[in-house]
Design a protein around this ligand. Structure first.
Ligand SMILES: *Cc1c(COP(=O)(O)O)cnc(C)c1O
Ligand SMILES: [Zn+2]
Length: 373
């Protein structure tokens, strides 16, 4: 448990501390490397993310064992019988019905181990719900700043867990700005899934599970939604750790999916730029990936390029079609989750050959405003 924070821009190291949610230079922080993954040291029989606790390596078992809801261990299966080499990982089958539980439980456990007294977060909905649930289990008060347009079901669940939910006029960035201002004035622990690298220590288990479910191999292509990139960066990190341990010869190509209405990563990718510039978002059904200025834009672009992957965009019509197709396959997910499936269709349309392609379905349908599809 001697891991430290390290700046993603200048390499400066800082001790793990409740105060350091970003580098003094303004850049996001990562964590120094955990121990090498050793399959012999994994918790046998535990299907949750905590099976991988030797390489999460941030919090004591006495803390996480009080907080866990058994998050992780989600099914991997071919949804469409006509495409046996296309596998879906059903990450909406989580305690709070989105993949965010992977990261949120680790982040809240770190907050507890750093003796935080209260939490502050900002979210388009699912991260806030996950943080609210684990904060409730930790007995920590939490304030969550959300955009005014956050779906009612997400607000209701955050409030049910006891979070003080503050709706902010002006979209996702305004919510983040309000949270940072509250951190400054109150000194609460900034439980940001975007800034805090502890969150990525949870989302990296997505890669570990996938590797295990595939019988000890990586897929050829991994198609992932990208807003702030917390699943993409976690998965990239997980496969990098598997590679480092000699357990996969080649990490998968990362295919990043953005909604065309809000696609700063795609814009930078197309222009060949090393980092993202803020965009003015248009309206989209995929509110969970509508992030106009992703904090870790440079890291996302580096991860995608380093994997030999690419960035695809999906329009509103394709998202709606994907909602319908998935419902027809027996799966009811929120439009943000369906956007990934639309990205899979776009990717497969351009990709010849029988590659093993995996994608997640990240959020349950009942989380978003009920609408006719
Ligand atoms: C949060 C979320 C995403 C995007 O995750 P990022 O970390 O912002 O890239 C995608 N789908 C769903 C359902 C989400 O809740
Ligand atoms: Zn720095």
């Amino acid at each position: 448990m001697a891991r430290a924070l390290v700046c993603t821009e200048d390499g400066r190291q800082l001790p793990l501390s409740a105060r350091h949610w970003r580098c003094p230079c303004g850049a996001p922080l990562d964590l120094t490397a955990p121990p090498l993954l050793d399959p012999a040291r994994l918790g046998a029989g535990d299907p949750s993310i905590w099976r991988w606790s030797p390489v999460i390596d941030l919090v004591d078992e006495r803390i996480w064992s009080r907080l866990t809801l058994g998050e992780g261990g989600t099914p991997l299966l071919p949804l469409d019988p006509t495409r046996p080499s296309l596998l879906a990982k059903l990450d909406f089958l989580m305690p709070t019905l989105s993949f965010k539980d992977r990261g949120a439980v680790v982040l809240v456990a770190v907050a507890v181990s750093l003796s935080a007294r209260s939490l502050i977060a900002d979210s388009s909905g699912n991260a806030g719900t996950a943080i609210a649930a684990y904060a409730a289990r930790a007995g920590l008060p939490v304030r969550i700043f959300v955009p005014a347009a956050t779906p009612g079901a997400k607000l209701a669940s955050m409030r049910a867990h006891g979070a003080a939910v503050e709706q902010v006029d002006g979209g996702r960035q305004a919510a983040a700005d309000a949270a940072v201002a509250a951190v400054k004035t109150t000194g609460g622990f900034y439980a940001s899934h975007v800034w805090q690298p502890a969150f990525l220590e949870g989302t990296k288990t997505f890669a570990f599970e996938l590797w295990q479910q595939l019988g000890g191999r990586a897929p050829d292509d991994l198609v992932l939604p990208v807003g702030n990139g917390t699943l993409l960066l976690g998965a990239a990190k997980g496969f990098a750790e598997l590679h480092e341990a000699g357990l996969v010869p080649l990490p998968p190509r990362l295919i990043a999916v953005q909604a065309a209405a809000c696609a700063p990563v795609a814009a930078a990718w197309r222009a060949g730029l090393p980092t993202t510039a803020p965009v003015t978002p248009g309206p989209t059904r995929a509110e969970g990936i509508a992030i106009p200025a992703p904090v870790r834009g440079r890291q996302i672009l580096t991860a995608v390029a380093g994997s030999g992957g690419r960035v695809v965009t999906v329009d509103e019509e394709a998202i709606l079609d994907a909602c319908r197709s998935l419902a027809g396959l027996g799966v009811y997910v929120e439009p943000t989750a369906a956007a990934t499936y639309a990205g899979v269709q776009a990717h497969l349309a351009e990709e010849a050959g029988d590659r093993l392609v995996v994608f997640p379905l990240c959020g349950a349908g009942l989380k978003s405003v009920p609408r006719k599809i």
